[in-house]
Ligand binder design. Sequence first.
Ligand code: AP5
Ligand code: MG
Length: 220
Amino acid sequence: MPKYIVLLGPPGAGKGTQAQKISSSFGYPHVSSGELFREHLKNQTQLGKLAQGYIERGELVPDDVTIAMIRERLTRPDCEQGAILDGFPRTAPQAEALSAMLAELGGKVDLVPYINVPTRVLVERLAGRWTCREQGHIFHETSNPPRQPGKCDVDGSELYQREDDQAETVLKRIQVYLSQTTPLIEHYRSQGVLVEVNGALPIDQVTQTLSELIEKEVLV
Ligand code: AP5
Ligand code: MG
């Protein structure tokens, strides 16, 4: 039976950072809706052009296209054993669509770590974030600096600052998260799969907590 882990949390909580780490230690692919959109944007596909305005304004891309994009990704062969979802679902219709999709694939949402971080910390994290151009590896000026400024430790590609990390857009993204995504906390709590994780701790401590949770709740 495939296993699916959904990382929930506000912008800057560390979803991408943690997904990259647990994906490489547990072998489930990292499926990030934000990264998939950024790939489409880079390649100037039709979907990329459609998503661009929403992303730049800090708004959500419409559910129908987002759901179709994730469905396509989860049905690729590398997701046969499951996946770590980061940034999806983000709305109630997306959560419903995901359940239906996973049922078709013979699985369900097994674990939803809710990475909780106070809002004031988020703004500072996003202002100092540097992302790798090639594969989206994530760094931070002070909490997780690359060995060489401006260069990715993993693949050597250029690091850049995301357009949507400007303070004004970050505040908008946080608002959107609070109004559209926080209802999912109760949704998954009521299903008995939500576990709150303190995302304000150092990166390695959060990884340790998540790894223990996966071993206990998913790999059984
Ligand atoms: P997306 O890319 O998903 O952005 P997000 O959810 O706003 O989350 P972030 O990527 O900003 O934060 P993160 O939690 O991954 O934090 P990270 O690990 O990088 O979405 C972008 C846009 O795409 C959306 O606004 C929307 O337009 C569209 N979109 C995406 N999904 C969608 C969907 N499902 N529906 C509709 N539209 C969608 O960490 C942040 C920084 O903090 C880094 O610098 C990192 O090094 C540092 N850091 C991480 N953890 C720690 C720690 N524990 N201590 C100190 N520093 C840390
Ligand atoms: Mg991310």
